[in-house]
Design a binder for this molecule. Structure first.
Ligand code: SAH
Length: 244
């Protein structure tokens, strides 16, 4: 048997938002590797081995998947959303880089609907003009870099999609983010808090930045700060295509 490694995104939650290509990869797989809550979203079957693991072990998980593939297994590594957005694809390539004999393995990356796109679709078109995405966790980068990127993105009037806004380990960072964006003159900009999009727990809140409170976000929330031209139309908001 020739082994292969597929890095797949499950989308934001609802299986309707998982692509047919990803389901086809599951049907052909011998092994599924991933963070336990995501592995729980894969329907078990005879001949498919599930390998759930903990939250902060991305590179170990990637190494395990590569090793299984090198042994001839057909392995699918899963992430939520898109696997290339703050997720497993980079961890797999990092593990691959260290072991030259793995470089010739057959590898596929299957895209998924990332949280910011699912969230944006719920509220209208907040990403219809120029935008950027930032991970607010400082697990893998220094906090001053997060502040610098936010300040410059605010100054450039990008819409800003914020992943990992707040967790039990990092209760205070998001309060600082709101303060910083207020100081950067974004108080009147629209802001969306999209929680658990496409799951039964979905909750969407639209306010202005000056009304935002840190406890409006948690680890299941995607936050979008809209650009200054973004406006409401009925119950929707949209970023105009043209900015002068
Ligand atoms: N690869 C994923 C992102 C992983 S980082 C993707 O492309 O979506 C995890 C962060 O993604 C969470 O802290 C949250 O900010 C966001 N997120 C993931 N799923 C979400 C959902 N269903 N609703 C809202 N935010 C979500």
């Amino acid at each position: 048997m020739t082994g292969s490694l597929t890095i797949a995104g499950l989308g934001p939650g609802d299986p309707e938002m998982t692509t047919p290509e990803v389901f086809a990869a599951f049907a052909d797989a011998t092994d599924i590797v991933g963070y336990a809550p995501y592995v729980a979203r894969v329907v078990p079957r005879v001949g498919l081995t599930l390998h759930p693991s903990g939250n902060r072990v991305e590179v170990e998980r990637a190494r395990q998947a590569l090793w299984l593939a090198s042994e001839g297994r057909r392995v699918v590594v899963i992430s939520s959303g898109d696997p290339g957005v703050f997720a497993m694809a980079s961890a797999v390539f990092e593990a691959l880089e260290a072991v030259p004999q793995w470089h010739e393995l057959e590898i596929h990356v299957l895209p998924g609907i990332t949280a910011m796109l699912a969230a944006a679709a719920r509220i209208g078109a907040p990403l219809g003009h120029d935008f950027c995405a930032i991970n607010l966790s400082d697990n893998l980068k220094p906090w001053p870099l997060i502040e610098k990127r936010l300040r410059l993105a605010a100054e450039a009037d990008f819409a800003i999609a914020m992943y990992n806004p707040r967790s039990a380990n990092r209760p205070d960072g998001f309060a600082r983010v709101l303060e910083l964006l207020g100081e950067a003159g974004c108080g009147d900009r629209l802001m969306a808090f999209a929680r658990a999009v496409s799951t039964p727990d979905e909750q969407i809140r639209m306010i202005k930045l000056r009304e935002a409170r840190p406890d409006m976000a948690d680890m299941r929330t995607l936050v979008i700060l809209c650009n200054s031209a973004t406006r409401r139309v009925g119950r929707w908001i949209y970023a105009p295509r043209q900015v002068r």
